[in-house]
Design a protein around this ligand. Structure first.
Ligand code: OAD
Length: 251
């Protein structure tokens, strides 16, 4: 166990989670760091001198779809080689073994879904790297093939209308899926406990799911390597790696 996490804090957090009839688990990139997926704001957040904020936008796709797909193709290949870690697996077992647990993730890596026994129990706020969407007709589909971004003519195209497909992820400046977001806030308002794992807590509206839960009276437990804006509202904040701490909370 990480030296900065006391057994007393683990026990307190465990008790809050065990005694709650309903728990939401809000995760961010930190939960997948132990699987080898790079986080957004830490080291390795740069790609060929482009910042994600410059590539993950509708304007960037309109300007240069080939460059945007080159980046997403690279990320898909990187993530496809990663497997769920002990934190994803422990949460998936927990959600399957007891009622009232809901997983809400900001991650687009699909690792919660890969670990889940029932993929329908995971709310993906920011979409999925492994789905495409047609900007023209809106059709979405699962997509795991490698991307040939050598020219615009080799990019994936819509079977129905021929438009160049885009990744089905939320880009900067775009709204989140209203059904997924509405359901997440509904759960946050009703939950008795909220476990927040590996998010910097700076991207809205996802980060406010935790504060809505806390304001509605939920016990808030945070797992992160560092303090975040969420830490001040947390009943227990555990400093350390998700793959190490989460199994001791929900195992
Ligand atoms: P960030 O990269 O902003 O933050 C990752 C967090 O995980 C940081 O607070 C780290 O301290 C923590 N962390 C890193 N490794 C960890 C580990 N092994 N165990 C526990 N914690 C660890 O990622 P997010 O908060 O998920 O949105 O970023 C939110 C959103 O910003 C993303 O979903 C993405 C990005 O813009 C979109 O693409 C729409």
């Amino acid at each position: 166990m990480n030296a900065s996490v006391s057994p007393h804090d683990i026990q307190t957090a465990r008790r809050s989670l065990d005694s709650a009839a309903t728990v939401i688990v809000l995760t961010g990139a930190g939960i997948s760091a132990d699987s080898g997926v790079p986080t957004f704001r830490g080291r390795g957040g740069l790609w060929k001198n482009h910042r994600p904020e410059e590539l993950a936008t509708p304007a960037a796709f309109a300007r240069d779809p080939r460059l945007v797909w080159e980046w997403y193709g690279w990320r898909r290949a990187l993530v496809a080689a990663c497997r769920p870690n002990e934190a994803h697996l422990a949460l998936a077992r927990w959600a399957a073994d007891r009622s009232g647990v809901h997983l809400i993730t900001q991650n687009v890596d699909g690792l919660h879904v890969a670990a889940a026994r029932d993929a329908g129990t995971v709310l993906e706020l920011h979409g999925s790297l492994f789905r495409t969407r047609c900007p023209g007709c809106g059709a979405t589909r699962e997509s795991r093939e490698s991307i040939d971004a050598s020219s615009e003519s080799t990019l994936p195209r819509c079977d129905r209308c021929g438009d160049t497909l885009r990744p089905d992820v939320v880009w900067f400046g775009e709204p989140l899926d209203s059904h997924v977001l509405g359901r997440s806030f509904e759960l946050a308002e009703q939950t008795e406990a909220c476990l927040v794992v590996g998010t910097s807590g700076v991207v809205q509206p996802a980060a406010s799911i935790a504060s809505v839960a806390a304001r509605a009276g939920a016990a808030l437990v945070e797992v992160n390597l560092e303090p975040t804006p969420i830490t001040t509202s947390a009943n227990v904040s555990l400093r350390g790696r998700a793959a190490e701490i989460v199994p001791s909370l929900v195992g």
